[in-house]
Design a protein around this ligand. Structure first.
Ligand SMILES: Nc1nc2c(ncn2[C@@H]2O[C@H](COP(=O)(O)OP(=O)(O)OP(=O)(O)O)[C@@H](O)[C@H]2O)c(=O)[nH]1
Ligand SMILES: [Mg+2]
Length: 301
């Protein structure tokens, strides 16, 4: 029996559906998803099996024009993920088409190390009519010679089987990198922090989600099988702290409840979650914050 194994990097503009596709392929939520752009901040690996092939999906931060140190580190992580992968899948949103952002990414493909297969996945096909799709497929393939084009809906699962089969066929032969039952390789404390950040991002408005970060401070196993988890939410201003806490602490209470429920479901046991908000005006310039996020501080210089 010959096994296959390799890395499949999913790249694209923010909001293209990379994390949704990762979760769909893995069959579990390993990467957080929101309707807002720039949700994913670091590379998240999710593992899927297809016949004799182990597909290691690398969900990446969206590619956009970076302004801050954090943005630059995110974009560097995304291109780095592509450069290290065996196969790259570029996700383009069907209803948005070839935006200036997509143009920039298409230009960037030329700079990747040679020898990688690059496929195109037009996502969110549930939002457009067939003629639009055919035209977009044509236009994109004129701009870059993709190894293959797929039309998918990551959310509804349309077209994803064909993509999975093709990926499995095109991965190199080799031993599996992960045990059969492993679906992610993000440390649990990071995954737990991500879940809380997802709830914060969904609940808070405007720029606030982009100006905070969540870290798991402690994780204690208890005799009764439950775990006590303490997390810190770093914000940049006193005013932000007030908003995160909400009137009489209502906001943080609601966020904490949602995060705890999701953690309990994911881990299949009781969790005691304690959230604390700290004002840290300069966290975006602190090296330790980046390593906690799984990003390289240098990349943001
Ligand atoms: N209608 C529709 N919505 C989708 C589809 N795939 C993803 N979405 C939605 O698009 C939004 C963004 O999805 P994400 O998976 O977070 O996108 P992403 O590319 O990981 O975004 P970043 O992490 O910000 O780069 C979410 O609201 C998803 O529910 C799809 O096939 N159809
Ligand atoms: Mg994402």
């Amino acid at each position: 029996m010959t096994t296959k194994c390799g890395f499949v990097a999913l790249i694209g503009e923010p909001n293209a559906g990379k994390s949704t596709l990762t979760n769909h392929m893995v069959g579990a939520k390993v990467s957080i998803v929101t309707h807002k752009v720039q949700t994913t901040r670091a590379r998240i690996r999710g593992v899927a099996l297809e016949g004799e092939a182990q597909l290691v999906f690398v969900d990446t931060p969206g590619l956009f024009r970076p302004r801050r140190r954090l943005d630059r580190a995110m974009v560097a992580a995304a291109w780095g993920g592509a450069a290290d992968a065996d196969i790259i899948v570029l996700l383009v949103e069907a209803h948005r088409g070839i935006t200036p952002g997509v143009e920039t990414i298409l230009d960037g493909l030329a700079d990747l190390p040679k020898g990688r297969k690059i496929a195109l996945a037009i996502n969110k096909i549930d939002k457009v009519e067939a003629p639009v799709l055919l035209k977009l497929t044509q236009d994109l393939n004129e701009r870059y010679a993709f190894a293959e084009t797929f039309m998918i809906s990551a959310e509804k699962g349309h077209g994803t089987n064909a993509l999975r089969h093709w990926l499995a066929e095109n991965l190199p032969e080799g031993p599996w990198l992960y045990p059969e039952d492993q679906i992610a390789d993000l440390p649990m404390r990071m995954l737990a922090a991500e879940i809380t950040r997802e709830k914060l991002t969904l609940r808070l408005h405007q720029e606030l989600p982009y100006q905070l970060t969540v870290e798991t401070e402690s994780w204690d196993e208890r005799k009764d099988g439950s775990a006590r988890i303490e997390q810190i939410i770093y914000v940049m201003r006193d005013g932000h702290k007030g908003i995160v806490l909400g009137k009489k602490g209502e906001t943080i209470k609601a966020i904490s409840k949602l995060a705890r429920e999701e953690l309990e479901e994911f881990l299949g046991r009781r969790i005691h979650l304690f959230l604390q908000v700290k004002v840290r005006p300069n966290w975006l310039e602190e090296k330790e914050r980046y390593s906690e996020m799984g990003l390289d501080f240098k990349d943001g210089n």
